[in-house]
Design a protein around this ligand. Sequence first.
Ligand SMILES: Cc1cc2nc3c(=O)[nH]c(=O)nc-3n(C[C@H](O)[C@H](O)[C@H](O)COP(=O)(O)OP(=O)(O)OC[C@H]3O[C@@H](n4cnc5c(N)ncnc54)[C@H](O)[C@@H]3O)c2cc1C
Length: 388
Amino acid sequence: MAADAPASNDPEIREAVARLCASFPGEYWRALDRENRYPSEFVAALTEAGFLSVLIPEEYGGAGLPLSAAAAILEEIQRAGCNGAACHAQMYTMGTLLRHGSEEQKRRYLPDIAAGRLRLQAFGVTEPTSGTDTASLKTTARREGDAYVVRGQKIWTSRAKHSDLMLLLARTTPLDQVAKRTDGLSVFLVDMREAVGRGLTIRPIRTMMNHATTEVFFDDLRVPAENLIGEEGRGFRYILSGMNAERILIAAECVGDAKWFIEKATSYAKERVVFGRPIGQNQGVQFPIAKAYAHMRAAELMVREACRLYEAAEPCGAEANMAKMLAADASFEAANMCLQTHGGFGFAEEYDIERKFRETRLYQVAPISTNLILSYLAEHVLGLPRSY
Ligand SMILES: Cc1cc2nc3c(=O)[nH]c(=O)nc-3n(C[C@H](O)[C@H](O)[C@H](O)COP(=O)(O)OP(=O)(O)OC[C@H]3O[C@@H](n4cnc5c(N)ncnc54)[C@H](O)[C@@H]3O)c2cc1C
C-alpha cells in the first residue's frame, strides 16, 4: 500500500480515505453524472493508494487486511459524497478466485489485480429471464476440447466496460440432469480483453444514476478450460461463499451514505432560517433527522457484528443479510429525510442530494432485494415454511 494508506488501524484508514476523497468534490461527481462518464480518475487514485487491494493477502501483493478495513474504506468513500460503486467489486470479486482458484490461477492473476494492472470488477450472474432465481439461468458453457463454448446473455453486468476480467456463472450441466437445481453451474474467469469482438458483446444500459452497468451477450465465446475456477458444476456454492462479504461491504457503503445525508441535513437545519428561526428548531424537522440517525447507528452495529463473525470465520449469513437490509433502509430513509429538510433546494443539482438520493436507492434492489433477504430470514432463521 502507498504511504498514505496505513496498515489496519481503522481511524488512520478512515482519515487517509477522507483525504483522498477531498480531491473529488461534488462538482466532479456532478459533471460525471451529467455526461454519464466513469470516474476513472477517482478509481485510479484509490488503486494507486492501495485501497482496492486491501483484502488480497500479502503473499499475492495485497495488504492482507480484514473485511472491517475494506468496510471502513467504502463507508468513508460514501460519507465523503463520493461513489464507491464504480470500483467496490475490485475489492471483493477476487474472493472467489482466492478461495476456490488453483494456486496457479492465484499466482497468475492476484498479484496483477493487487497492483491495479488487472481489473477484476465485472460479475456476470443476473440474466434477463431468470432474475433473482439464479439456478434457472440460461447461459451455457459446453466443453469442447481445451475450451468451454459459452452461449447466452447476462444483464446488469456492472463495470464490464471498465474491467479486464469477468467472473461468469454459467450452466455446464443441463437443469434436467442434475440432482439439485443449484448443481451443474460453473464459474469462469473470462478475459474480456481477448473476448470482445470474438463472441462477446457489451452494451451499456443507461440507468437513473451513473452506474456503468451493461448487458453482455455471449455468442459461442471460447473460454480456455484452464479458466474454470474450482470444480465443474460447483460454481453456485463458490459464488454464494462470496456473497456475505459483498453484502457486508455494500451495507458499509449504505452506512456511509446515511452519515453523509444526516450530516448535510443537520448542518442545513442549523443554518436555514425561516419564520425568524432555524428550521432545525422545529421538532417536525429535528425528529426525522434524529430518527434517521438512530436507524443508521443500529445498522452500523449490525455491520460491525457481521464483520466480527466473518473475520472469526463463523457463520454470518443472517447478520450479513440483516446488515445489508438495515443499512439500505437507513440510507434511503436518511436520503428522503435530507431531501425534505432541504425543501426545494434539495432538488437542485448543486446540493448533490438528488444525485446521492438516486444512487443510494439502488441498494433496496441490488445486489439482493429486500424481499429476498426477508424470505431468507423467515425460512433459515425463523424456520417458517419455504415460500419459493
Ligand atoms: C444498477 C444495477 C447494477 C447491478 N449490478 C449487477 C452486477 O454487477 N452483476 C449481476 O450479476 N447483477 C447485477 N445487478 C442485478 C441485481 O442483483 C438484480 O437486479 C437483483 O438481484 C434483482 O433481480 P431482478 O432485477 O431480476 O428482479 P426480479 O428477480 O425480477 O424481482 C423483481 C421484484 O420482485 C421481487 N421478488 C422476486 N421473487 C420474489 C419472491 N419469491 N418473493 C418476494 N419477492 C420476490 C424482488 O424482490 C423484486 O423487488 C444489478 C442491478 C442493477 C439495477
